[in-house]
Design a protein around this ligand. Structure first.
Ligand code: ADP
Length: 244
């Protein structure tokens, strides 16, 4: 239901993605691992078109963007709405409360009725365990709480797929668990997710498949058990030895 075909991305002379192919079935959780600089973030940012691919075909649900042709801004905007992105640094609006942050997308982008958006935002904040913090500003919340607002905000757009870009790497260690718990609950509910993370426990416990990227290509993909116990490729073995 989600597919990335022949994805290339260049920044000037630097070729960062060199032909990525990834398929994710509806309801599956894919964890993407790999060394820093291997192109994981760029791949996610291309999938929601925060970066414009140099080449490649992206499909989510029935919608497709083919970057070998001219792609209109309107089609990009519609495609982006199919994804919900959770950023490493939360990217919340500092001058808005948690509730306002979660309402913003539905009201501004989707033109949803304010009253309805407020109710849904309240429900989503309860779902991520922040029902009592709806009127707090980001600066009054811990990193873990801010990231949970970030997840609620992405969910508010009712995306087909949730994209997580190292969602816990800016957090103090004791706050990582509360964010991973919300993510695991989402996975159990059947949300389709692509997660770039260094949290190997999360990968083991929640992923249906793990993808190892290096140097702008997918080197290996496998079920978590096999990836972590019997990796096939030399580069995967080397990377796992370094981090585990
Ligand atoms: P990862 O997420 O695996 O650490 P990234 O996708 O962040 O890798 O980065 C891959 C490479 O692309 C790095 O060399 C990085 O410096 C480069 N890069 C990422 N974004 C940009 C950009 N906007 N302009 C120029 N180079 C970039």
């Amino acid at each position: 239901m989600i597919s990335i075909k022949g994805l290339f991305k260049q920044f000037g002379q630097l070729e960062v993605l060199k032909g990525i192919d990834i398929k994710v079935e509806k309801g599956k959780v894919v964890v993407v691992i790999g060394p820093s600089g291997s192109g994981k973030t760029t791949m996610l940012r291309c999938l929601n078109v925060l970066e414009t691919p140099s080449k490649g075909i992206l499909s989510i649900g029935g919608q497709t963007l083919d970057f070998s042709q001219n792609v209109s801004k309107k089609n990009i905007a519609a495609f982006r709405r199919l994804t919900g992105m959770v950023f490493q640094n939360y990217n919340l609006f500092p001058h808005m409360t948690a509730l306002e942050n979660v309402m913003e997308g539905p009201v501004i982008v989707k033109g949803e009725n304010k009253q309805k958006a407020r109710q849904r935002a309240q429900g989503l904040l309860e779902k991520v365990g922040l029902g009592d913090k709806v009127n707090y500003y980001p600066s009054q919340l811990s990193g873990g709480q801010q990231q949970r607002v970030g997840i609620a905000r992405a969910l508010a757009m009712e995306p087909e797929v949730m994209l997580f870009d190292e969602p816990t790497s800016a957090l103090d260690p004791e706050l990582v668990g509360e964010v991973l718990k919300v993510m695991k609950d989402l996975a159990k509910e059947g949300m389709t997710m692509i997660v770039v993370t260094h949290e190997m426990r999360f990968a083991r416990e929640a992923a249906d498949e793990v993808i190892f990227m290096d140097g702008g290509v997918v080197v290996e993909r496998n079920k978590p058990d096999e990836m972590f116990t019997t990796p096939k490729e030399e580069r995967t073995k080397k990377f796992l030895n370094m981090i585990m």
